[in-house]
Write a new protein. Structure first.
Length: 135
């Protein structure tokens, strides 16, 4: 899985991120963190960003909260926020974290101006349906 995350082919990288998330492959958490924090993710398309961020949120757990908060609510140089795709991905990743702190971070962005970010926040705040309980 680690090799797939760094592959030169976009589809292989996405498959690696999805596999890490589905299999809850904890050893990939460090790789995912470095990818999410790196520069290359900024030029990736939305589906690749989303795959990496969601896998990182699930595997990083509470240790991912601050990084994801910085993407979603933080301000960078000259008070500018991150691009809306990265912010939406961070919101979805916080939904995967699922902790009370992640929920608080999402609530801070609830009234976001960007429709893309606002919709991602709303979706991330929805309670997860447990398939085993509901048959």
């Amino acid at each position: 899985i680690e090799h797939a995350l760094g592959d030169s082919e976009r589809t292989v990288r996405i498959a690696g991120a999805k596999a890490a998330r589905i299999l809850k492959y904890q050893p990939a958490a460090g790789w995912l963190k470095s990818i999410v924090e790196g520069r290359d993710i900024r030029s990736a398309d939305l589906s690749e960003k989303m795959a990496f961020f969601q896998a990182y949120g699930l595997l990083g757990g509470s240790s991912a909260e601050e990084i994801l908060d910085q993407f979603l609510n933080g301000r960078g140089f000259l008070g500018r926020k991150e691009d809306e795709e990265l912010r939406a991905c961070a919101a979805m990743a916080l939904g995967c974290v699922g902790s009370e702190r992640a929920r608080e971070i999402l609530l801070e962005a609830r009234d976001e101006q960007s429709p893309m970010v606002r919709n991602a926040v709303r979706k991330a705040l929805k309670p997860k349906v447990d398939k085993e309980k509901n048959g």
